[in-house]
Design a protein around this ligand. Structure first.
Ligand code: OSB
Ligand code: MG
Length: 369
């Protein structure tokens, strides 16, 4: 299927978070989100660029993503017609910038699927109509404050808790959460690359708490050391930042650098590459789950669809809209019995509500093709 693209709108919105979100790499109080809207002969398509304000989680940042989209990625698209399968191939000569590429490919896919009346879930191969949801809990000033936050999330129905950790905030908060809540609480931790192999003994203390996994303990580019660390821990290692492509996933699996993978579609260049990682991991018996980047409803819709694929056997960071924002730009995603429903409408199945969108918009530019 081919759609003619007339141009692309790059729209920036300011989305205050309901509470500050602290990780080992920084504190977020508001999301400065780049939305991509492609206008095609089949209609419009929307996507969200996951890049954050500063290049801390990874090298991309939102101003940089907008710049590379405007100067290089959008102008590379052909005027005369485009199938979504071709987007990755056309953008491949430009190295890196996976979040920017993901946003453009996803917007084209949304337009194409809306035109065809097919949902993201249907296209990607969703095997269920709802997905179980976990929540990622930031680093807090004190353990009592953390316990209150976790208690509230459990009361809302979240089926899995992920604690952000860093040196100085690891064994103590994990022990406190384990002692306070039921033994069968699904619990995992995420270090966002804050440790080194010299911290192996400290991290091994987490083995006593029956964690589902420890996510990205070591540096992004340190797969070999993750393989060494895996031999020193009983807690399974999951990679996030280290996996930027299916090639990386294959390397990690063959090195034994992880036994679980967090798939974040924007980090790996889009939903098609994300599905390739899912397929590869599934063939190797490696469980995967869907990570998040504090997305609005636009990014969330696609993530929830992906998380419905059969290899996603662990709950994802696909939380409800109100965990992030008082007002989402789409109809809010609301947890029911710890799950989110996979949208069934054409494309993403959701679109920005124009009045909300106008209120939060900080800038907009039009790139004609
Ligand atoms: O490492 O998984 C991460 C948010 C922003 C950047 C990186 C990460 C996260 C989260 C929250 O943990 C995921 C979410 O709820 O969207
Ligand atoms: Mg992570």
């Amino acid at each position: 299927m081919k759609s003619k693209i007339s141009g692309v709108e790059l729209r920036r919105i300011a989305m205050p978070l309901v509470a500050p979100f602290r990780t080992s790499f920084g504190v977020e109080t508001s999301r400065d989100v780049l939305l991509v809207r492609v206008v095609t002969s089949d209609g419009e398509g929307w996507a969200e660029c996951a890049a954050m304000s500063e290049p801390r989680y990874c090298s991309e940042y939102v101003d940089g993503a907008q710049d590379v989209l405007r100067r290089f990625l959008i102008p590379a698209l052909p005027k005369d017609g485009l199938d979504v399968q071709a987007v990755g191939r056309i953008l491949r000569p430009f190295t890196g910038h996976r979040m920017a590429k993901s946003a453009l490919e996803t917007a084209v896919l949304d337009a194409q699927l809306r035109g065809a009346g097919e949902s993201f879930g249907g296209y990607l191969g969703a095997a269920r109509d709802r997905v179980p949801c976990g929540v990622s809990v930031g680093i807090m000033d004190s353990v009592p404050e953390l316990l209150d936050a976790v208690e509230a999330y459990i009361a809302e129905g979240y089926v899995r808790i992920k604690l952000k950790i860093e040196p100085g905030w690891d064994v103590e908060p994990v022990r406190a959460v384990r002692e306070r809540f039921d033994d069968d609480l699904l619990l995992q931790v995420d270090a966002n690359a804050a440790y080194t192999l010299a911290d192996a003994q400290q991290l091994a203390q987490l083995d006593d708490f029956g964690l589902l996994l420890i996510e990205q303990p070591l540096a992004n580019d340190d797969m070999v050391q993750h393989a060494h660390l895996g031999k020193l821990l009983r807690t399974p290692i999951c990679l996030d930042e280290s996996i930027e492509s299916a090639t990386d996933a294959a390397a990690a699996i063959s090195l034994g650098a992880c036994s679980i993978i967090n798939i974040k579609p924007p980090r790996v260049g889009g939903y098609l590459e994300a599905r390739r990682i899912h397929d590869l991991a599934r063939a190797h018996g490696i469980p995967v789950w869907c990570g998040g980047m504090l997305e609005t409803g636009v990014g969330r819709a696609a993530n929830v669809a992906l998380a419905a694929l059969p290899g996603f056997t662990l709950p994802g960071d696909t939380s409800g809209s109100h965990r992030y924002f008082a007002t989402d730009i789409t109809e809010p995603f609301v947890l029911a019995d710890g799950h989110l429903e996979v949208p069934t409408g054409p494309g993403l199945g959701v679109a920005p509500l124009s009045d909300v969108l106008d209120e939060v918009t900080t800038s907009s530019e039009w790139i004609a093709l």
